[in-house]
Design a protein. Structure first.
Length: 124
């Protein structure tokens, strides 16, 4: 899902966290809560109160999945870009220690400012 070498991105849309919980429940730690979730076709990104989890659904059946866990404690900086009049997409850039920049692009009516506040509350 996330191409760490190129900072590649998928256009994410809001997803219902209740529908995603069964897929990530086995990797959540005790007391970890989902804050928000976004989906791009089969892949999805979940923001918890501890980390960002990117899930890449692979194969024809979708049973094979790659889970990438990015803890907020490793974020050195972040940036949000709001949607404009003609460019309706918004972006979230995260710089992780030892990893580099990860960019997530959101389509449609995503409240990117609220997402920025969520990230700030866990990072700052």
């Amino acid at each position: 899902m996330i191409d760490f070498a190129n900072g590649a991105l998928f256009k994410l849309s809001p997803a219902n966290p209740a529908e995603i919980v069964p897929a990530i429940a086995p990797i959540l730690i005790a007391g970890e809560n989902i804050v928000s979730a976004y989906q791009a076709m089969r892949d999805f990104v979940v923001f918890t109160d501890k980390r960002l989890i990117a899930v890449n659904v692979q194969g024809m059946t979708g049973k094979k999945r790659d889970f990438t866990s990015l803890p907020y404690s490793k974020i050195q900086a972040f940036s949000i870009e709001t949607a404009g009049t003609f460019d309706l997409d918004s972006e979230l850039d995260l710089w992780f220690s030892g990893l580099g920049k990860v960019r997530l692009e959101f389509k449609g009516r995503v409240d990117i400012r609220h997402l920025g506040q969520i990230i700030a509350s866990f990072v700052l």
